[in-house]
Design a protein around this ligand. Sequence first.
Ligand code: F0G
Length: 379
Amino acid sequence: MTNTGQAATRYTGLVDKYRDRLPIRADAQAVSLGEGDTPLVRLENIPAALGIDIDVYVKYEGLNPTSSFKDRGMTVAVTQAVAEGSRAVICASTGNTSASAAAYAARAGIIAFVLIPEGKIALGKLAQAMMHGALVIQIKGNFDRGMGLVKALADEAPVTLVNSVNPYRLQGQKTAAFEIIEALGKPPDYHCLPVGNAGNITAHWIGYSEHAGLNTAACAFCAGDCGFLPRSADGRRPRMLGYQASGAAPFLRGAMVDKPETVATAIRIGHPQSWDFAWAASRESGGWFAELSDEQILAAQKMLAEQEGIFCEPASAASVAGLIQDLRAGKLVAGSSVVCTLTGHGLKDPDTAIRQSSEPITVEAEMDAVKRIILDNMA
Ligand code: F0G
């Protein structure tokens, strides 16, 4: 017996998988690194410790090729950009978008220009952008300022803007909702997300809405028929719960925040670009926004790492910190199913991880010294 004749099953990324649900050019060749198809892990120990009757899953987006959810949007945006003849991409970023843009541009053989706030992006993300050969421009200003600059630049120079104001980004990111529905057999009752620029909560709402078959209304981006934010709702969709860091919480203030600050640098954003869309997703879904202190966010990050073996970056942990806060306040219906998106891998930000962990113990390289520590810690 030989294996010849077996059908090939190699996963080749989400553009190939979901092409019929993506509004890209028919002749576009996928620029892919095998993104998507991330695990939906059921939490065991945290729900047991909290004593809750809720099924909690985490969508571990840190297992994408550049270790964040941005790859979903980037594969589609860069695929379309290359098909249109673009030779360079540009973005402003708190780190993950720049890492992803740099990798996909490298894959496509085009140039990536990335604007990052000086000193305010996590080390791993900076290393990625540099390694992939992006032209890294540090600005003496925050993400929101960088966003203003790249939007203006994209109008004046032959570069494609690949922040989430590029509609292909959200089209790619909506596929996370499709995968969740495929994995559970139905949409969850609630979906918890960290919110920064607000593109991802918007993208998930597009995905869930398309699945519910509500693709009749005009798209706010393309004025076409791609099903963006449909107005009439009858299909089942989750309530969208958006969580922000208190120091960077425009959706809680009801207004833009000029000097955002949080340890979760990925969501250190005060002027979200998808402001109206995210409000629409929240209202239409019957969801809400809530805010968390940096301490709550870091505690949830540590809890996931120590109690479930899942290492996500601080911003990602806002989804679980928010869920815990709302569960304690009795805001979720018992017996429900919940998905929390863990947007980026913990290795992105080693500094913050090490700062909140206890120091390693240093001893002589002797049997007795090591044995004493083992016995002391098992007593
Ligand atoms: N989590 C992580 C790890 C992120 O990197 C981001 C955004 C978010 C959550 C928020 O998602 O902006 O769609 O609401 N990072 C962007 C960046 C802004 O430049 O990497 P959002």
